[in-house]
Design a protein around this ligand. Structure first.
Ligand code: CTP
Length: 471
C-alpha cells in the first residue's frame, strides 16, 4: 500500500505525528478509492487524541497554512496541493433515536472503524513510520471490495438507525460502483425506511443525484423501490407503476419504461439535468390516463401536466429553481415533438418550428426522444429510428439554411408601435406573431428587410390604418 500513498501530504503527516508521539491513520473513502484505483481528493485522517491539534501541527510544519477548525464537531480541515484533508480524533459515537446528531466520546481506532457505515468505508492505513502503509481491516473491507459487497460493520439495524442517510448511501454505492448489497443489510433498509424522514431533503437528494449520475441509474432507483424508500422520498415515480387492461388492451408500465429511457439517455450523456428530464418525461401520465373506446389508452396533455409537476417536484425536493429546472421543464414539455414529427411527412416548416421551440437544447431533446422509443414491436422501432434519421438530417439542413435555433423575430414591438403610431397592446403582439409565424412557416425568409415588407402587407390587410384613424 505504501507506494500508492503518493501525495506529498502523507509523508508530512507521518513525520508530524511521529515527532509529536501521535498515532495517525488515513481512513474511509480515500482508502476505499485507493484500493479501487479511483482517484480521490478528500483525505480523512484519524488520530488517537485531538484531530484539531494534529491539523494545527501539520499546518505549522507546512509553513503556517490556514486551518478551518470546527470545535463543535472536534474536526479541522486544511487544503494542500489540490487535496482537502479532514482531521478527527478517533471516537465512539452513539445516536439518539430522534436525531442524526451523535453523542461523541474518545475511542480506539477500532471503535472509530465500527461506527462507520460500510466495511468498505471502514478501512484504515497507518501513517506512522514503523507501520507506514499497513492496512487495518478488522471488518474484512478488502475482501468485500473484491466481492463487490456493501455490508455494514455492525448489525445493520444499528448502523442505519444511527444515521438513516446511510440507507441512501448503501444504494448509491451499489449503483455508482456496481456493487450488490448484502441481503441482511438490504432487509434492514426496508425495516428502517421510515427513519429516512429525519434526514434533510438536501442530503437525500445529494445521494439521489449520485445515483442519477451512476452508469446505470435504474439500478439505484430499483433498489430504492424494492426497499420502500422510493415511495417515501419520490411517490410521483412509484405512481408510474402498473399496467391496466381494458377490452384486452393494455398500456405499458410507465415506471419500467421510464427506467429504460433513463438508462438509454445515460449511455449517451453524463449530464445530470438531461437525465432528470428522462426521469420525469412521463411523470404527467398517471394524472392524464384515460381509456377511450375506439382509441385505447390515452395520455392527452401529459407533457404539459408533466411540465407543471416538474416545478412542483423540484420545489419539494429542493432542487435548483433556476434555468436547470426550466431546461428540464422544457424537455418534458417537448419530448414527444420529434416523434410526432417523424410519424408525419417531415416538412421544412415543422422542423423549423421544432428548432425554434427547442433552441440550443435541440440535440438533448433528440437524444431524449430517441431513447423514448422502447416499443417491443421491433418493426415499429426500426421504422421510428429510420424516420428519426430523416428528422435529424432535416434539422441540419434547415438549421444551415435558416439559422432559427436562436431565432429572435427581426421586427421588435417598439418598431411596430412607432411605425404605426399604435398604443402598446394585443394588436402589436398579433403583428409580431404573424411575422414570426410567416418565417417559421417558410412564407418569408428570416431577414429584417423581408420581415419589414411583410409587416406593411399584413397591417394593410388587418386594416391597421383605419384603426389608426379611429384612434
Ligand atoms: N461516513 C459514515 N456515515 C455517513 C457518512 C460518512 O460512516 N453517513 C464515513 C465513511 O467511513 C466514509 C467517510 O465517513 O467513507 C467519509 O464520508 P464522505 O466523504 O461523505 O463519503 P465517501 O465515503 O468519501 O464517498 P464519496 O466521496 O463518494 O461521497
Amino acid at each position: 500500500m505504501k507506494n500508492r500513498l503518493e501525495h506529498p501530504i502523507f509523508k508530512i503527516l507521518s513525520e508530524t505525528a511521529d515527532d509529536n508521539g501521535m498515532e495517525i491513520y488515513v481512513i474511509g473513502g480515500y482508502v476505499r478509492d485507493l484500493l479501487l484505483h479511483r482517484t480521490s481528493k478528500d483525505i480523512d485522517i484519524v488520530v488517537k487524541g485531538s484531530g484539531i491539534k494534529m491539523a494545527e501541527l501539520t499546518a505549522k510544519r507546512l509553513g503556517g497554512l490556514n486551518v478551518n477548525v470546527f470545535p463543535k464537531f472536534g474536526t479541522a480541515m486544511l487544503r494542500y496541493k489540490g487535496v482537502e484533508v479532514e482531521f478527527v480524533g478517533a471516537r465512539k459515537e452513539s445516536y439518539r433515536a430522534d436525531s442524526r446528531k451523535p453523542i461523541v466520546e474518545e475511542g480506539s481506532l477500532e471503535d472509530d472503524q465500527k461506527r462507520r457505515d460500510f466495511t468498505i468505508n471502514a478501512l484504515a492505513i497507518s501513517l506512522n513510520k514503523a507501520t507506514y502503509g499497513k492496512l487495518i481491516d478488522p471488518f474484512n473491507g478488502e475482501k468485500h471490495l473484491e466481492e463487490r459487497l456493501i455490508i455494514t460493520p455492525l448489525e445493520p439495524g444499528i448502523t442505519f438507525s444511527d444515521d438513516p442517510l446511510r440507507m441512501m448511501r448503501a444504494i448509491r454505492f451499489a449503483s455508482q460502483l456496481n456493487f450488490h448489497i448484502d441481503p441482511l443489510t438490504f432487509q434492514a433498509i426496508a425495516d428502517n425506511k421510515e427513519r429516512i424522514k429525519i434526514v434533510s431533503i438536501e442530503r437525500i437528494m445529494d445521494e439521489f443525484n449520485k445515483i442519477m449520475l451512476s452508469p446505470e441509474p435504474s439500478r439505484g432507483i430499483s433498489l430504492m423501490d424494492d426497499s420502500g424508500l422510493l415511495k417515501i422520498v419520490f411517490p410521483e415515480l412509484t405512481d408510474l407503476k402498473g399496467v391496466e387492461t381494458v377490452d384486452k388492451i393494455r398500456h405499458k408500465d410507465n415506471f419500467l419504461h421510464t427506467l429504460t429511457v433513463l438508462d438509454t439517455v445515460a449511455l449517451y450523456s453524463g449530464d445530470l439535468w438531461l437525465r432528470w428530464a428522462a426521469l420525469l418525461h412521463d411523470i404527467g401520465k398517471p394524472a392524464t390516463k384515460r381509456y377511450i373506446q375506439g382509441q385505447g389508452w390515452t395520455f392527452y396533455g401529459h407533457n404539459h401536466v408533466g411540465e407543471r409537476l416538474t416545478a412542483k417536484i423540484f420545489k419539494r425536493l429542493k432542487l435548483p429553481q433556476n434555468e436547470k429546472m426550466r431546461y428540464v421543464q422544457k424537455l418534458v414539455s417537448l419530448h414527444m415533438r420529434p416523434i410526432v414529427l417523424s410519424e408525419e411527412e417531415v416538412t421544412d416548416s415543422a422542423v423549423r418550428r421544432l428548432l425554434f421551440d427547442a433552441g440550443d437544447d435541440i440535440d438533448d431533446l433528440m437524444t431524449l426522444a430517441e431513447a423514448d422509443i422502447t416499443s417491443k414491436n421491433e418493426e415499429k422501432v426500426r421504422r421510428f429510428l429510420k424516420n428519426f434519421k430523416i428528422v435529424r438530417r432535416k434539422l441540419k439542413e434547415v438549421e444551415e439554411k435558416d439559422s432559427v435555433r436562436n431565432f429572435q423575430p427581426p421586427i421588435r414591438g417598439e418598431e411596430i408601435i412607432s411605425t404605426f403610431n399604435l398604443p402598446p397592446g394585443p394588436i402589436v403582439g398579433e403583428i409580431k406573431n404573424a411575422i414570426k409565424e410567416a418565417i417559421l412557416d417558410g412564407i418569408i425568409e428570416n431577414s429584417y428587410e423581408t420581415a419589414r415588407t411583410y409587416m406593411f402587407e399584413i397591417t394593410k390587410q388587418m386594416g391597421i390604418n383605419r384603426m389608426d384613424n379611429n384612434n
